[in-house]
Design a protein around this ligand. Structure first.
Ligand SMILES: C[S@@+](CC[C@H](N)C(=O)[O-])C[C@H]1O[C@@H](n2cnc3c(N)ncnc32)[C@H](O)[C@@H]1O
Length: 301
């Protein structure tokens, strides 16, 4: 912060509340930072490795010099639009802390809807599961941890992203085979579940995204001319890679579900239902390959 941070000289003992107040002053209020004071408190908590609640209950505590230095640097970078999760290098997904880097998409809360839908399926306990476009590995790792008997494979075209996913699997104790490759092309058939949050932003919309989102890797966002280039490719390969009765859960962008349903129908898949996000957008599409043994539901005859 240098000259722009009066009152936070390197040799002064700085109190929690003063540090937060300064961060609040330096952070611009933007759609990405709707509440600069909360953002400053969150960054201070992460720079220090303490809970935000602890900061609230210790407003007069002295911030150690190395913590203050890290916090000051983060506030500067955040004020320039760098996403908060890139600064801390972590993001929480389904209650677990994932390492993230500039090589991967920051996991989004709406992607947890896909996990919720996957865990509600009637999959066999030994199912093979594919996460296509794994990024940080948030889907693959979460599914492997929530259902340890599933055999989970994760694929990403970015080998750097695949390395991040492998590290997350190792750190969180998940058994996931991570592959660097192009969608499902090189994978053998027989998956009971394919989960995919592929890039779905139309290329001509990329420039209009908020500054934070523009820090995500382009390869994680760019879905081609209509946003569905990769989704289309995956749907066309689903009849080959899914086991009879197998499921595919696709995360989609706004107003893409009807076209995805049409593509799925052409491929011989059944569109079972969609899950809406909090904004009402049909975010997750559940597809099923016909065949297999139907689960027994309802009363016995
Ligand atoms: C929207 S991000 C999703 C990451 C993660 N699954 C999540 O939900 O946070 C899409 C991911 O797909 C990967 N990807 C793009 N094209 C791909 C391809 N042809 N084959 C495999 N992965 C691809 C990108 O590198 C990126 O990591």
């Amino acid at each position: 912060m240098g000259a722009a941070s009066p009152g936070l000289g390197d040799n002064e003992a700085v109190k929690v509340n003063d540090a937060i107040a300064l961060g609040q002053r330096l952070l611009p209020q933007t759609p990405g930072i709707p509440d600069p004071r909360r953002e400053a408190r969150w960054l201070l908590a992460h720079a220090w490795g303490v809970e935000e609640a602890w900061l609230v209950s210790n407003p007069g505590g002295s911030v150690p010099a190395p913590v203050l230095a890290r916090y000051r640097a983060w506030i500067e970078r955040r004020a320039r639009g760098e996403p908060a999760h890139h600064l801390t290098g972590t993001c929480t997904f389904w209650g677990r802390r994932f390492a993230v880097s500039a090589a991967v998409l920051i996991p989004r809360p709406e992607t947890e809807l896909l996990i919720e839908a996957a865990l509600s399926l009637d999959l066999p306990s030994m199912a093979r599961v594919l996460d296509a476009g794994t990024g940080s590995g948030c889907l693959a790792v979460t599914l492997a941890l929530e259902w340890p008997s599933w055999e989970v494979v994760a694929v990403d075209i970015s080998c750097e992203a695949a390395r991040v996913a492998s590290r997350n699997a190792a750190t969180l104790g998940a058994c996931v085979r991570v592959v660097c490759g192009d969608l499902s092309a090189a994978l053998a058939p027989g998956f009971g579940l394919v989960a995919a949050n592929l890039p779905y932003i139309p290329t001509n919309m990329l420039g209009t995204l908020p500054v934070e989102v523009q820090h995500d890797p382009r390869r994680a966002l760019d879905g081609g001319h209509d946003g569905l280039t990769l989704v289309r490719r995956l749907i066309n390969d689903l009849p080959r890679i899914l086991a009879p009765g197998g499921w595919a859960l696709l995360e989609l962008g706004e107003e893409q579900s009807s076209e995805a349903v049409r593509l799925a129908g052409q491929a011989g898949l059944v569109a079972v239902r969609t899950v809406r996000d909090l904004g009402g957008c049909e975010r997750i599409l559940l597809l099923r390959k016909p065949g297999g043994v139907e689960p027994v539901t309802g009363r016995e005859a």
